[in-house]
Ligand binder design. Structure first.
Ligand code: URA
Length: 435
């Protein structure tokens, strides 16, 4: 085969054959096909799209490019949960222990945060000593022994995606639903779970800002999961404003701990309950979402979910006493408050700008090489829809580098729109996509 023929075929809008898709993925992973030709093919795919059949072959070829995690000897339906990313999204740290405490093994391989979105791994590393780089044997053993492991993807898990995603990132070819769905689902399917619950975010802080796009991506991913033999559903949830009140690594962990004690913010708990209920139903632990939500509530009230977080922290080398004493988690020496400059309702609190302010405080990575300040972050006192008076505290900003405060405060100020009219509320859960 010749790469030029594949480029011309796709450029003219024709579907690539399974053999052609497997050939180019293998050739690119093995560095036989050069970047410039794969860039051209990605651009042709960006404009001409892929059929569902082509997307499925792409996923299969990407999975075959590396290792696949084998969880088959662990009893029960093993689940994985994936979020397309947002601001203040500490759902996995709450939900993982909740479902594991209900008897559902959760095996989650994650990436790190980049730009305005935070990553679960960075958040968990706020616990002193916590390891996210587990070898596969330890990862699988922890899922078998305590019912939960959250670790980073190994170098050889879908190596084709590592190369392709970096290339798409610099060639303007990320935003194609087949390529995004293929990229996410190949990693989820290679991670070995039997059931996958996807949290597809929509709104200003989400990858898919438009709700219709979010549903389309959700449908594409669920179809891939089901066609490749997994139980799979997606919930499209709102990311117009941040989730919960805390943004930043250690402060999000503190909010996750409070949530497992039954003291979580209402929006975060609603999302955790909905995703958790879907997980319990998919894994046959509950007959419907009503029963599932009761079970999830019970493990919070009994303290079992909080105990499970301590087991997770201990099993990955962290200090579980920090779960009992969250004040031992990293903090920040510099604090500033953002005050409302007029009376009115918070019309909008744009998640993307809050995420950017948090990054400017040191809580996120501007580039892959940036170092994170685990104590940096933001605590939101007022969110969209709330009435505020001039001089009220809208939010607090924290950092260990006071040079960062001025710019972050201005970005955060810009995230708020205050006005007279009562704003319309957006739904937190936009809908479910099931096969
Ligand atoms: N996240 C991924 O893992 N892949 C994409 O293509 C887009 C977002």
């Amino acid at each position: 085969m010749k790469m030029i023929d594949l480029i011309l075929k796709k450029r003219s809008g024709k579907a690539l054959s399974p053999a052609e898709i497997h050939w180019f993925i293998q050739g690119y992973t093995n560095r036989i096909i050069p970047d410039y030709q794969v860039s051209a093919l990605m651009m042709a795919i960006y404009f001409k799209g892929m059929t569902n059949g082509e997307t499925l072959e792409l996923v299969k070829a990407m999975i075959a490019s590396g290792d696949v995690v084998d969880l088959s000897h662990i009893a029960g339906i093993k689940v994985d949960k994936h979020s397309t990313g947002g601001v203040g999204d500490k759902t996995s740290i709450v939900l993982g222990p909740m479902v594991a405490a209900c008897g559902v093994p959760l095996a989650k391989l994650s990436g790190r945060g980049l730009g305005h979105t935070g990553g679960t791994l960075d958040k968990l590393e706020s616990f002193s000593g916590f390891h996210v780089e587990l070898d596969m044997e330890t990862f699988v053993r922890n899922v078998a022994n305590i019912g939960i492991a959250i670790a980073s993807q190994t170098a050889n898990l879908v190596p084709a995606d590592k190369r392709l995603y970096s290339l798409r990132d610099v060639t303007g070819t990320v935003e194609n639903h087949s390529l995004i769905a293929g990229s996410i689902m190949s990693k989820k399917l290679a991670s070995g779970a039997d059931a996958i619950v996807l949290d597809v975010k929509t709104g200003s802080g989400a990858f898919m800002q438009n709700t219709e796009d979010a549903f389309e991506l959700a449908r594409a991913m669920v179809e891939i999961g089901v066609n490749l033999g997994r139980r799979c559903v997606a919930v499209v949830t709102d990311m117009e404003q941040p989730l919960g009140k805390a943004i930043g690594n250690a402060s999000e962990v503190k909010e996750a701990i409070a949530s497992l004690k039954g003291e979580g913010p209402a929006d975060l708990m609603e999302i955790c309950m909905e995703l958790g209920a879907q997980i319990l139903v998919l894994s046959d632990v509950a007959k419907d979402t009503v029963v599932a939500k009761q079970k999830l509530q019970t493990v919070i009230e009994s303290g079992k979910a909080l105990e499970k977080l301590k087991e997770l922290v201990a099993a990955q080398g962290g200090d579980p006493s920090e779960v009992d004493n969250p004040d031992k988690l990293p903090g920040a020496v510099h604090r500033r408050v953002l005050l409302a400059d007029k009376d009115g309702y918070v019309q909008r609190l744009e998640a993307i700008k809050v995420g950017k302010a948090s990054m400017q405080l040191g809580a996120g990575r501007a580039t892959k090489a940036s170092r994170i300040d685990p104590g940096a972050g933001i605590l939101l006192h007022k969110k969209a829809g709330v009435l505020t008076n001039k001089g009220d505290v809208l939010a607090e900003l924290f950092t260990n580098d006071d040079d960062r405060l001025n710019i972050a405060t201005e970005t955060l100020r810009d995230a708020y729109t205050i006005g007279e009219k009562i704003p319309e509320t957006r739904p937190l859960i936009h809908g479910l996509v099931a096969p």
